[in-house]
Design a protein around this ligand. Structure first.
Ligand code: ADP
Ligand code: MG
Length: 594
């Protein structure tokens, strides 16, 4: 209700603007503001949510402008031209994303700079088509035979802006937005709950490019003329300033960011020779002093962090429900993990050396060994983070040796991390809800339009996430921002998130590391309960009292080699194990369990 009220109010305000301020100069300004805002909103989706950087968005802005303009010059109706322009941008966006997929951080930035420059050069030099610096003259746009004057065109832009703002806001508050944000927070964690990070990156890039293209197309028809001077590198920087200074990943940030980049060029006009320097300084200053932008900084002052809205009522409704309701694994299958002679080499160094491992049915398997003995590497092999140099991994009879993490999740293997990998910006509940990634049934459009099915599913999974949180004893922290939790609490939330995948095999990499004594007890209890639910568990742990108490079998690694395997009492007295621990500096590990 409140949402619709806000949209209605905005719509009335935008509609009335030309009457409130009846000056074509200001209506013109408003047009510029709105289409710039559209671009910033799209870039915010990319930079703020999915954590990818683009320093070439002026390129998409240009493609939107030229494609739409050239289509209308070829007598294609204006609206259809706009749609073609959008499609061209979405495709180029996907293409650029695929080109840069292997690149991250600075390299991704360089790919996007190159793309922006390439488009700028093409716009400038391919005079026959783009008109180059001399530009293109267009007709006034017309809708269904009706010519749009300055005010009508402003209304048209305002309408498009509202639609895009509303839809992007819907994405922000749906699982699509959560997935983008999760990926931006931790790619590897997103992958281990089943997110195909590659595809989702392409989707984010493509969407963002499409939206930038709309902005460009709307710009092109503003004056019935434009030329190649509008698509320079500093335009891309300006868009980025809008996102970052306003507050990347926030919902209000783009509004404030657009105000700033709208005023900025006018402020620096007299210092034109230094404008790039000034832009750069503003970006740096913002990143250092206000890392979450103006909106985020203001939010912190007010004592609250940016959050996605979730179904709050659900939290209250189901907090009471019993925690032992986690029953999906009851139809327990005979899970069979069969690891045959795996080797993992890093530059010739064998971190895992010819290890074989077999698990039949639900059991808790301890994986222990001194520091650096290859336990985490083994976990990475079993969850698809690394592909073994040699050897084979079979899971329920299937060869999964070269599966990627999201494919491992899809067949029922997931994990928690030794070095915590929660989605820090998100709430505890949202973290767990991302865990259901593989189980959502509504598609992109349902999430974009917030259909009834979408709302039903959100409520269902919020309730289920809450049950999982209750299972690990974290229900009362559901609305807390994950980054604010203690180590032990974060480990418990990671377990709840991993359970949301509904795994058959759950691998816990040092779940008690860094936890307080009280939290260690809690975690031990949770592991016991997990075992009762019927999930197979591989437990990597240094706390020997946990290992000896909850494990059915224990496998011991030393220097990447398996040196022993058996029941806890056998392992405790195994001469080679004692030697491995006594031989190094790890004496206390086995004896005291620190
Ligand atoms: P553990 O978890 O048992 O403490 P790890 O599996 O983390 O041990 O590491 C085993 C060995 O492999 C260590 O010597 C470590 O330095 C090395 N290692 C792990 N990952 C990598 C990597 N990505 N590149 C190079 N060496 C690695
Ligand atoms: Mg480790």
């Amino acid at each position: 209700m409140r949402k619709w009220l806000i949209y209605a109010l905005l719509a009335i305000l935008l509609y009335a603007f030309p009457w409130l301020i009846p000056s074509s100069y200001f209506v013109h300004m408003a047009q510029g503001f709105l289409y710039t805002y559209i671009v910033v909103v799209g870039l915010n989706l990319l930079v703020g949510l999915s954590g990818q950087l683009s320093l070439g968005h002026a390129g998409f802005y240009a493609i939107g402008a030229y494609t739409t303009a050239l289509c209308t010059l070829a007598n294609v109706p204006f609206l259809l031209s706009l749609v073609i322009g959008m499609a061209a941008c979405a495709l180029t966006g996907a293409f650029v994303a695929m080109l840069s997929l292997r690149a991250k951080g600075p390299y991704l930035a360089m790919v996007t700079i190159a793309f922006g420059l390439l488009i700028e050069i093409v716009a400038n030099r391919w005079v026959d088509v783009t008109g180059g610096p001399a530009g293109l003259y267009l007709e006034e746009p017309s809708l269904f035979g009706f010519r749009l004057g300055v005010v009508e065109y402003y209304w048209f832009i305002a309408f498009i802006t509202l639609v895009i703002a509303a839809l992007v806001d819907n994405l922000f508050t749906s699982r699509i937005g959560r997935t983008f944000r999760a990926m931006g927070n931790s790619e590897v964690a997103a992958a281990t709950v089943g997110v195909n990070v590659r595809n989702w990156k392409v989707l984010a890039f493509s969407l963002s490019a499409l939206i930038a293209g709309v902005g460009g197309a709307l710009f092109a028809f503003q004056n019935a003329y434009f030329n190649s001077d509008s698509f320079t590198f500093d335009k891309s920087i300006l868009f980025l300033i809008g996102v970052i200074v306003g507050g990347a990943g926030t919902r209000l940030g783009p509004v404030i960011g657009t105000v700033i980049i709208f005023l900025l060029p006018q402020w620096v006009q007299s210092l034109y020779d230094y404008h790039l320097l000034i832009f750069g300084a503003i970006l740096l200053f913002s990143l250092i002093v206000l890392p979450d932008g103006i909106v985020g900084g203001f939010g912190r002052l007010m004592g609250r962090r940016k959050q996605l809205t979730t179904a709050h009522s659900v939290v209250e409704d189901t907090a009471e429900e019993k925690s032992d309701d986690v029953r999906w694994a009851a139809e327990r299958q005979e899970t069979v993990l069969d690891v045959e002679h795996v080797v993992m080499e890093f530059d010739g160094y064998r971190a895992v050396d010819d290890v074989s491992l077999e698990m039949k049915g639900p059991e808790v398997r301890g994986l222990i060994g001194p520091n650096g003995s290859g336990k985490s590497t083994m976990v990475n092999l079993l969850t698809g983070v690394y592909v073994p140099t040699a050897g084979r991994i079979r899971w329920n009879g299937r060869d999964v040796t070269s599966f990627a993490p999201h494919q491992m999740a899809a067949v029922g293997i997931t994990r928690t991390f030794q070095n915590l990998q929660l989605f820090g910006e998100m709430t505890v509940l949202q973290n767990v809800m991302v865990g259901f990634h593989l189980h959502y049934r509504t598609g992109f459009w349902a999430n974009l339009f917030h259909t009834a099915a979408f709302h039903r599913e959100e409520r269902q999974f919020a309730a289920e996430a809450l049950r999982l949180l209750a299972f690990v004893g974290m229900a009362e922290k559901a609305e807390e921002t994950a980054a604010n939790l203690s180590y032990g609490e974060q480990r418990l939330v990671e377990i709840a998130r991993a359970m949301a995948v509904r795994p058959q095999l759950l691998i816990l990499d040092e779940p008690a590391a860094g936890a307080s004594h009280y939290e260690v007890e809690k975690i031990t209890k949770v592991i016991r309960n997990l075992k009762d639910v019927g999930i197979s568990i591989i437990l990597v742990e240094h706390h020997m009292e946990i290992v000896m108490n909850v494990c059915d079998h224990i496998t011991v690694l030393d220097f990447g080699k398996k040196i022993a395997e058996g029941r806890p009492e056998e392992i405790q007295n195994h001469p080679q194990v004692i030697e491995a621990y006594l031989g190094g500096e790890e004496v206390s590990k086995l004896v005291v369990g620190t």
